[in-house]
Design a protein around this ligand. Structure first.
Ligand SMILES: NC(=O)c1ccc[n+]([C@@H]2O[C@H](COP(=O)([O-])OP(=O)(O)OC[C@H]3O[C@@H](n4cnc5c(N)ncnc54)[C@H](OP(=O)(O)O)[C@@H]3O)[C@@H](O)[C@H]2O)c1
Length: 359
């Protein structure tokens, strides 16, 4: 493959804009870019919300690059024009996530409205060479037999024998998870097309799976998040997001997810349409709930009760469906990403809760 020199960026090309800068993933993107010496245009909804901004201000004082805060709202057209002006790249990690009261169709349509506004501002700014979108592994995963290994070649709309009919167009209006997955996948397809037509920038995507790792502030403990599930387990509560607490956790460190976004913007190998799954490095990062429980107990012997799935005589009550299996091999190979071990990640997650006095 020919190296893609024309659109790769470096700190000397100008500022880099980050949407959703106050969020869990966004904050680690900001930290990584500042560490590399970029001027970061950090886009937040409200500069006066101390609980969402203080940790960013601190990063601006500690790290090499300069932090500039911009206020912007994903639901307002033109809101990102000022923040993107003069930037060499945009990392778009902002999104309305979580379980609000939207219908599945509203989840799907909302994603397009938000992204349409952001892309509109990207097109107006003349210097942007790279647009990195935080998609999701949801844009890849779909029902497959147990043990199937997903790669970047998979799309959530794919049907396989025996599963036909589950991922039709109608599913979007009926199922929130499918609406979210299809919105991410179709947004990816849209941005690759828009970028190709423009010729002035490359669009690429990072597709995280179960993101865990250190929180920078209490606001990163959103009720729907995987890190919050781990907090509850550390408080001795059962894992409730899946039936009987049974799930295959395919874990990636939030610090690695943050870094991968910047590496994507700088990469010689990544090009328009490149997509990178950010999941476990290898099988050590894929843990059934009971295995995660046992790792947490090993790393934190002082915590007497760690909750999780239903166990009988030290063994899980039932076996867990073996999915989703997937590895961040392409990101390691093409972006030169170094990843944290699962022990480092789990330890840092719970340590950050302890430091924030939330456990
Ligand atoms: N966490 C995961 O496991 C995971 C896995 C796969 C994909 N992702 C994707 O990663 C991205 C970031 O997720 P996250 O976990 O970092 O969530 P998060 O902590 O909730 O961050 C979301 C960010 O979006 C901002 N935002 C929300 N509504 C907005 C609006 N109307 N206008 C402007 N900004 C708005 C939030 O700002 P405020 O602080 O003002 O609310 C926040 O900074 C999302 O696209 C998500 O789908 C996450």
């Amino acid at each position: 493959m020919e190296p893609n020199r024309e659109k790769r960026i470096s700190p000397s090309d100008g500022p880099i804009a980050v949407t959703g800068a106050s969020g869990y993933i966004g904050s680690w993107i900001v930290k990584d870019c500042l560490e590399q010496g970029y001027t970061v245009h950090a886009c937040v909804r409200d500069k006066n919300k101390a609980e969402k901004i203080d940790h960013l201000q601190k990063l601006g004082q500690e790290e090499a690059g300069e932090l500039v805060l911009f206020e912007a709202d994903l639901f307002k057209r033109g809101s990102y024009d000022d923040a993107f002006d003069g930037c060499c790249a945009v990392i778009h990690a902002g999104a309305t996530v979580g379980y609000n009261k939207e219908t599945p169709q509203e989840v799907y349509d909302g994603c397009f409205t938000e992204n349409d506004h952001v892309i509109d501002s990207v097109k107006k700014s003349k210097n942007i060479k790279r647009f990195v979108f935080t998609s999701s592994f949801a844009a890849v995963g779909h029902p497959r037999p147990p043990g199937y290994i997903f790669t970047e070649a998979d799309w959530c709309g794919d049907n396989s024998d025996g599963y036909k009919g589950k991922w039709t167009k109608d599913s979007i209006s009926e199922n929130r998870d499918i609406a979210y997955a299809m919105a991410k996948a179709n947004t990816e397809k849209l941005i690759y097309k828009v970028a190709e037509e423009s010729g002035s920038f490359d669009a690429m995507a990072i597709l995280p799976l179960h993101v865990i790792g250190p929180l920078m502030c209490a606001n990163h403990d959103q009720g729907w998040s995987w890190q919050n599930c781990m907090k509850q387990m550390a408080q001795g509560k059962p894992y409730k997001k899946s039936k009987g607490g049974r799930m295959l956790w395919n874990n990636v460190d939030v610090r690695d997810v943050g870094k991968a976004h910047r590496l994507c913007a700088e990469s010689l190998k990544a090009t328009n349409g490149s997509r990178y799954i950010l999941s476990a490095t290898d099988r050590s990062g894929e843990l059934f709930t009971w295995e995660l429980q046992s790792l947490m107990s090993r790393l934190f012997p002082e915590i007497t009760s760690i909750g999780g799935e239903e166990m009988v005589d030290g063994k899980p009550l039932k076996t867990t469906y073996d999915s989703p299996r997937s590895y961040c091999t392409l990101a390691i190979e093409e972006l030169d990403l170094n990843t944290h071990s699962i022990e480092e990640t789990v330890k840092a997650t719970i340590d950050s809760y302890l430091e924030l006095e939330m456990i």
